[in-house]
Every structure is written in structure tokens, then in C-alpha cells.
Design a binder for this molecule. Structure first.
Ligand SMILES: [Fe+2]
Length: 289
């Protein structure tokens, strides 16, 4: 087993219209452009210089991968050695990119980067701008295999799940209830990703800014049962589902936490009773575009 993963750092998406996606993520969602190359753009938050979203021009929109943080450079080097020995495909060794990171292939072909990174920025905020990547939910044609990759190979633990394994919530070595979710899907890819806005006020100010820009939620605002987080979901220009969130449950004593199987009912998906996902949200989250 590798050293504990401290947090989810960023994700990478392929899009067909990079400029349109960048405008949306900067002007509406509230990120900032950090670095642009010919075919790709790196986005950061307004408070922290570390990348949170990498957009790359491609012939078709698809989820490319995610980046997970380890607490030391030595842990990255050890992970590269141990994962290769365990038969995990290593796409790039530490040092090849000029920084302490290793790139591996996940079981569904997603690129997973393990990188040395400092702790996440403060989770306090109410100005409506995203602070850090809260979580990514992945659809998989073989969800049990993907869950066991995260637990057995990368050291995640199951925090909770919906009945019939409709969604498994996975926690790394941080108090936050989950930073990865795995859902069964007809195709492997992104279900949605979410950024934390620090507070309910932060989420709602983000929602308000989206409204002023002409973007209506496809689900929410509401509050989920598992994880307890406030949510509001939108559709980005490429058809990816994105979320503003806050107030994710913090598990301060993991030794006493008992993972629960939640019924998949409207009142657990949204405990506020403000409604379930729209047909559009269901279609997009399932990977239809
Ligand atoms: Fe979410």
C-alpha cells in the first residue's frame, strides 16, 4: 500500500471548444486562468495558485483524469516503485515532468497523477468563488473494480454507499466524508465534479452569479443525505456536470465511523425536499452528451 493520499488536487477534461469552456469557468463558475498553451489551459481558484482544472482541446469531450496529493516527494517516489511492482501501468515516472509526480493508468483508462502537494487552502469562504476541488464522481462500466482500485491500491476507505452500490463514497486521509465517488455507468467517464465554496452563503452567491450570467441549475440548490453537503449542479458548455458545494461532513474520528448503506430515495438524495435531479441532469450525469 502506498503512503496515504491527503486530498484530491485537480482534474483534467478534454473539450472541443477550449475558449468557450475557459470563458464559462472564469466568468461564471468563478475560477481564474493561470497558464495557457496552444491546446490547453490551466485554471486555478482566485485564492490559490495551484491548478484545479486542466482543459485540453480534443476532437471529443471526455474525462481524462485526476490528480491526487501525497504529503512528500519521497512518498511519490515510493508510490511509483510500489505501484509498478503491483502491476499498475506507469505512464510517466517522477522527474520526467520536472516535478515530483507519477502518472498511472486507472482500470478504466483514466490518467491518475500522484503528486506532492501541501495541504488544501482554507475552507472558509462566503464570496461565492470556488476554493478547492471537493470531489469527483466517476461512472464506470466495472464499478466494483474501480472501487477496489481506489481502496486496495490507493488506500481509500468506503465512507458510505447507496443501496445496490449505486454510488460508493470514498474517503482519503482527510476528514472530508468523500473526495471520490464511483457510480455504475453504461460508459466510463465523468458523472460530475464539485468545488467547495466554503459555506451555504458561498454556494448561493455562486448560484446567484451563475443566474446573472444566464445559467440555471439543472439540480438544486439542495442538501444531500450521504456526506450532508449543500449542492447546486450546472451544465458546462461541453456537457459536463459541475457542482458548487459546501458543508461536506467532516469525519474527525475515522476509527469510530461506520459506513452505512443509504436507501436511494428522493429524501436521501435531497434532504431539503426541494426536488430531484432534472431529466437533463440525469442524462448528463450518466454520460450522455
Ligand atoms: Fe457531488
Amino acid at each position: 500500500m502506498i503512503q496515504p493520499i491527503s486530498h484530491l488536487r485537480s482534474l483534467s477534461l478534454d473539450v472541443t471548444e477550449v475558449d468557450a469552456s475557459v470563458r464559462y469557468y472564469v466568468d461564471a463558475y468563478g475560477l481564474a486562468e493561470a497558464q495557457a498553451a496552444e491546446d490547453s489551459v490551466m485554471l486555478v481558484t482566485r485564492r490559490d495558485a495551484r491548478p484545479v482544472l486542466h482543459l485540453r482541446r480534443a476532437a471529443a469531450a471526455c474525462f481524462r483524469g485526476l490528480s491526487l496529493a501525497l504529503r512528500s516527494e519521497a512518498a511519490v517516489h515510493m508510490a511509483a516503485r510500489d505501484l509498478a511492482a503491483a502491476g499498475v501501468p506507469v505512464l510517466r515516472l517522477p522527474g520526467a515532468s520536472g516535478q515530483a509526480s507519477v502518472l498511472i493508468a486507472g482500470p478504466d483508462g483514466q490518467e491518475i497523477e500522484l503528486i506532492h502537494d501541501e495541504d488544501l487552502p482554507s475552507s472558509e469562504g462566503n464570496d461565492g468563488y470556488p476554493l478547492f476541488v471537493s470531489h469527483v464522481v466517476l461512472n464506470s462500466t466495472e464499478p466494483a473494480r474501480l472501487v477496489s482500485f481506489f481502496t486496495d491500491t490507493l488506500g481509500f476507505t468506503v465512507a458510505d454507499r447507496y443501496e445496490r452500490d449505486l454510488l460508493t463514497f470514498l474517503r482519503c486521509d482527510q476528514p472530508q466524508h468523500h473526495c471520490i465517488g464511483v457510480s455504475p455507468g453504461v460508459a466510463s467517464g465523468l458523472n460530475h465534479f464539485s468545488m467547495d465554496c466554503g459555506s451555504v452563503d458561498g454556494v448561493m452567491r455562486g448560484v446567484g452569479r451563475m443566474a446573472k450570467m444566464g445559467h440555471s441549475p439543472i439540480w438544486g440548490p439542495g442538501r444531500h443525505g450521504p456526506g450532508g453537503n449543500v449542492f447546486c449542479y450546472f451544465e458546462d458548455p461541453a456537457g459536463f456536470v459541475i457542482e458548487f458545494t459546501s458543508d461536506v461532513l467532516q469525519i474527525d474520528d475515522p476509527t469510530s465511523w461506520i459506513a452505512k448503506e443509504w436507501p436511494r430515495e428522493p429524501d436521501t438524495a435531497n434532504v431539503w425536499g426541494t426536488g430531484g435531479p432534472s431529466a437533463r441532469a440525469i442524462a448528463l450525469m450518466s454520460g450522455e452528451r
